[in-house]
Design a protein around this ligand. Structure first.
Ligand SMILES: [Zn+2]
Length: 126
């Protein structure tokens, strides 16, 4: 298996809503690999598990493979195609575009991610 998808030594591995997550503590934060399968959509597959109207996580990382589309609560859209660094503000839906899994290497600080990386606490204008 290619390294991008192979097992990661020392990672906590789990599946949530069809997403394969590998999480490793690093410094005072975490490095995560998330593999979103083709057809994945946050509002369809994660919203029932999470229970919030939108994904309220801030995402900062590197899209190593695939194509992601998304929309904030106010209708603003975003799109990322690998290879691309991504920053997604809390308050969004997102989905995989096309037939290839999307692989994101993310850096987070659990509940502190937005503050730690200077990302707005929610998507807004002005
Ligand atoms: Zn907007």
């Amino acid at each position: 298996m290619e390294p991008l998808l192979a097992a990661i030594e020392g990672a906590d591995h789990r599946q949530v809503g069809g997403v394969a997550l590998d999480v490793v503590r690093a410094g005072n934060g975490r490095v995560k690999r998330a593999v979103y399968p083709p057809g994945f959509r946050w509002s369809t597959h994660m919203k029932p598990i999470v229970g919030t109207p939108h994904c309220m996580h801030a995402h900062l990382g590197f899209l190593a493979q695939g194509h992601i589309g998304g929309e904030y609560a106010d209708g603003c859209g975003f799109e990322y195609r690998a290879p691309r660094v991504l920053v997604i503000e809390p308050g969004h839906d997102a989905w995989v575009v096309g037939s290839q899994a999307a692989v994101v290497i993310e850096f987070d600080a659990e509940g502190e991610t937005a503050r730690r990386f200077g990302i707005p606490e929610t998507h807004r204008h002005g």
